[in-house]
Design a protein around this ligand. Structure first.
Ligand code: PLP
Length: 380
């Protein structure tokens, strides 16, 4: 993609009267991505991961797309704030205030399923009671791959085997909680670009191991606690693999909607970049360098080049400075004062914490919608 990319030209002209820095999204690209996610899920419903969106209007657009159902929230305060009647917490919470609020609100209890992975989580749920009705819980199961002593994947849950999961499920049932779900997030497949043969081999190996273990866990848990409403798995990078397992009732995706740079390198899909930010040139220290305002929006995760915003154009980053807290020098752009330089972020939701507004551009129309931050909300 270059600065003369027709998509950037469209965003540029649709936002020409606005001052930068600004965040803009191409609605046609969002819709293309939503359709591709649904196609890849092959009929398995998709829960939208709100952390990778952080814009309510875009979450609503996903939920209005046939094939999507429900939100995966990352914070309980967020889940209480969202007006959605089907929210699965993707992560456990120790937020006593939010849990106390949930416990006293029967409507919210029916809307929000909590994530737990240990007896300590259950202790906390008991401690914040009494509950207006039984809290609904989903058990998070470690979906990483073990190769000998090597742990490949993320560090999440201590639950791994059918026995581990059954023990906690029975404990929760005994305490009067409603065990309604189980989740497996295979980050080493979903969140890792296909960067070489070793990665592709590891992903195949992991998918095989997980398909077997996931089915065994689900069967054992159903036997122990009764029917489950949710068997959740996957993320943007693994939809077809996760959905292929018949024990999975739903998959999750968020990043694939805005398609940040970390999702450029997968074999199975090529999403359309949909979210861009523009920085204004504020000075020109030499004839070859134009310096733009702000831009140092580094993404989370292991630090390195993959976490740095990518310049779309015009020009290229000055390696010695990179993207800066308050200024970003650009080489060879030919840009002068007031011109814009366009970028993509490495992650989808995080850049929305930098802007109040996203400008949704569709044909020649532009609609300004608030990010979570623009609604005065940040959830961590
Ligand atoms: C529990 C869980 N499910 C799914 C996902 C996938 O989200 P995305 O599609 O945005 O990569 C994540 C991402 O971290 C996650 O933590």
């Amino acid at each position: 993609m270059t600065a003369t990319d027709p998509r950037i030209d469209r965003l540029n002209s649709a936002t020409a009267d606005l001052d930068a820095p600004l965040l803009a999204a191409d609605v046609a690209a969002i819709d293309t991505n939503l359709a591709a996610l649904v196609r890849r899920a092959g009929g398995t419903p998709i829960r939208v991961a709100s952390k990778s969106v952080r814009v309510r209007a875009v979450l609503d657009r996903a939920l209005a797309t046939p094939g999507f159902a429900g939100i995966m929230a990352w914070s309980l305060r967020e889940a209480l704030w969202l007006e959605c009647d089907d929210v699965l917490m993707g992560y456990p919470t120790v937020d006593r205030g939010a849990l106390t609020q949930l416990a006293s609100n029967d409507v919210a209890i029916q809307r929000i399923m909590l994530m737990v992975d240990s007896a300590a989580h259950l202790d906390l749920l008991e401690a914040v009671g009494p509950w207006a009705s039984p809290p609904r819980v989903c058990l998070d199961v470690d979906a990483s791959l073990r190769l000998g002593p090597a742990h490949i994947g993320v560090r999440r849950s201590p639950l791994r085997t059918p026995d581990d999961v059954v023990r906690l499920g029975r404990d929760a049932s005994r305490r009067g909680m409603a065990v309604q779900g189980v989740m497996f997030y295979e980050a080493q497949i979903a969140g890792l670009p296909d960067s070489g043969r070793a990665v592709r081999w590891m992903k195949r190996k992991s998918a095989g191991e997980l398909a077997y273990r996931r089915a065994a866990v689900v069967d054992a848990l159903r036997d122990a606690v009764g029917p489950l409403r949710i068997v959740n798995s996957g993320g943007t990078g693994s939809l077809e693999v996760s959905a292929a397992d018949p024990s999975v009732t739903e998959v999750t995706a968020g990043s694939g909607i805005f398609a940040p740079t970390l999702f450029d390198g997968y074999d199975a899909f090529t999403p359309a970049p949909a979210l861009f930010f523009a920085l204004p040139v504020v000075r020109t220290p030499t004839s070859r360098i134009a310096t733009a305002f702000a831009g140092g929006y580094i993404a989370s995760g292991p630090t390195g080049r993959s976490r740095v915003p990518s310049i779309v154009g015009p020009g290229r980053l000055l390696r010695a400075e990179g993207v800066g807290e308050v200024q970003t020098p650009i080489v060879g752009s030919g840009a002068t004062l007031g011109d814009r330089v366009w970028f993509r972020h490495a992650k989808a939701g995080e850049v929305c914490e930098r802007f109040d507004t996203v400008h949704l551009v569709e044909n020649d129309n532009r609609t300004a919608v608030p990010t979570y931050r623009g609604e005065g909300r940040t959830f961590g």
